[in-house]
Design a protein around this ligand. Structure first.
Ligand code: TXA
Ligand code: MG
Length: 342
C-alpha cells in the first residue's frame, strides 16, 4: 500500500477512506495520531496491529466538539467545566463508558472511555467530514517516540496505512494530559501533559492524585504508562547533575571507546559539544516549552546517528517540566547521579 500525503485541498478523500475503514494519521497540537473511525472494529484492530500495540492498552477517541453526551454513560459536572476551559486542547478526559457506541476494541475491555477534542482545525474538519469520532493513538510504532512531523509518521508506518494529513510540526510536542474523572476518591492525572495540576485545580478542586514522574508502577490505571516508551535503540542516560557529573559520565563512555550523542540545552551543548559524535539542541535552558516541542524529534534524530549512547539533560519539574521529565525518564535506561529524582 502506498501511503499518501493529504492536505486541506484533499481532505475529502482522506475522510472517505476513513469512512470505509482505512487508517489516516492526523496532526494535533500535541503529536500526530493514527486515525480510524471509532465505530469500525476491524479498522480499530488494524490500528493496534500496525502500531504493534499491546491489546490491553485502550485508545483515545477524538471528537470534533463538546457535545459528547451521546458517547458516554454520563457527563460529570466537572467535565462540563473542564471542556469549557480547555477544549479544544491537550486534555483527555476519562468517562464512564456507554455500551454499543464505539467498537469494542477501542476501550480494550475497560468500562471507561477516553475522549479528547484536539486543537487543530484541519483535524476537527477531518472528524466532521468522516461523520464520527476517530481513535487516535500516537502514530508511532509502539515503544518509539511519538511523531511530531508527518515525516516521523512516514518513517514508522509508510506502506502500512492509507495516508497522512500533513499539518507540519506539532506545537506542544508531548501527548495530552490524561485526567480520570471516574475515580471514586476524586479526579486523578494518569499522564502529565501541557495542562497541569495548577490549571486544573482552580476549576475542579484538589486532585485525588497524580501519576508519579519516576515510579510508573504506582500508576496502574493508565494502562499505557506501564510500557517502556519513547525510546531510541541506544541506551539513554539521563543526567541530573553538575558540570562535573557530565564530565564524569563522558569520560566513562569515552574510556570504553563509545561514541556519544548529546541531547541537551544550548548552554550544556556549548560546554560538552566537542566530546560528542552527534548532538541535538533542546533550545535555551529556561525554555521548557521549546525542549518539550523538540524532545521526540531529538530522540528520533539521535536514534539514526552512528552513536552508542545518548546523554540527555534533566530539566526542572515545574510547569510543563513535569511532563517533559515523565517522557524523558521513560526513554532513559539509567540515571546519573544514581540518586532517586523526585
Ligand atoms: O496527545 C495525545 O493524547 C495523542 C494525540 C494523538 O491525541 N494521543 C495519544 O494516544 O497519546 P496514545 O494512545 O498514545 O496514549 C493514550 C493514553 C495511554 O496511556 C492509554 O493507556 C490511556 O491514554 N488511556 C486510553 N483510554 C484509557 C482509559 N479508558 N482509561 C485509562 N487510560 C486510558
Ligand atoms: Mg503513544
Amino acid at each position: 500500500m502506498e501511503t499518501k500525503i493529504y492536505d486541506a485541498s484533499t481532505i475529502d478523500e482522506a475522510a472517505e477512506l476513513l469512512k470505509v475503514g482505512e487508517l489516516i494519521a492526523f496532526p494535533t497540537e500535541t503529536v500526530y495520531g493514527l486515525g480510524a473511525i471509532a465505530s469500525n472494529d476491524e479498522a480499530v484492530k488494524n490500528v493496534y496491529k500496525v502500531k504493534g500495540r499491546p491489546s490491553d492498552n485502550p485508545l483515545i477517541v477524538h471528537v470534533s466538539d463538546r457535545k459528547i453526551a451521546q458517547y458516554v454513560a454520563f457527563v460529570p459536572q466537572q467535565a462540563e467545566a473542564l471542556m469549557e476551559a480547555f477544549w479544544p486542547g491537550p486534555l483527555t478526559l476519562i468517562f464512564p463508558m456507554k455500551e454499543g457506541v464505539f467498537a469494542p476494541t477501542v476501550t480494550a475491555g475497560h468500562n471507561t472511555v477516553a475522549l479528547r477534542m484536539p486543537a487543530q482545525e484541519q483535524t476537527l474538519e477531518l472528524i466532521r467530514k468522516t461523520g464520527f469520532p476517530l481513535v487516535g493513538p500516537s502514530a508511532n510504532t509502539s515503544g518509539k517516540p511519538s511523531p511530531t512531523t508527518a515525516q516521523h509518521v512516514l518513517h514508522d508506518l509508510s506502506g502500512k496505512i492509507a495516508g497522512i494529513l500533513d499539518g507540519g510540526e506539532t506545537q506542544i510536542g508531548l501527548e495530552s494530559t490524561v485526567l480520570d474523572l471516574t475515580n471514586a476518591d476524586g479526579p486523578v492525572i494518569l499522564r502529565p501533559g501541557a495542562i497541569t495540576e495548577v490549571q486544573l485545580e482552580p476549576i475542579i478542586g484538589k486532585l485525588a492524585g497524580s501519576a508519579q514522574t519516576t515510579n510508573e508502577a504506582e500508576a496502574p490505571k493508565a494502562p499505557g504508562m506501564k510500557y517502556q516508551h519513547y525510546a531510541p535503540a541506544q541506551p539513554v542516560i539521563l543526567i541530573d547533575g553538575t558540570a562535573a557529573d557530565w564530565e564524569g559520565v563522558i569520560e566513562e563512555y569515552r574510556g570504553k571507546g563509545k561514541a556519544i550523542g548529546i541531547l541537551a540545552s544550548e548552554e550544556q551543548l556549548a560546554v560538552h559539544k566537542a566530546a560528542a559524535r552527534a548532538t541535538y539542541s533542546l533550545g535555551l535552558k529556561d525554555d521548557v516549552a521549546a525542549a518539550s516541542q523538540r524532545l521526540y524529534a531529538g530522540l528520533r534524530y539521535l536514534d539514526e546517528q552512528p552513536i552508542d549512547v545518548i546523554l540527555a539533560e534533566a530539566y526542572d519539574l515545574s510547569g510543563l517540566g513535569k511532563a517533559f521529565m515523565n517522557r524523558l525518564e521513560k526513554a532513559a535506561s539509567s540515571k546519573y547521579p544514581k540518586k532517586q529524582a523526585k
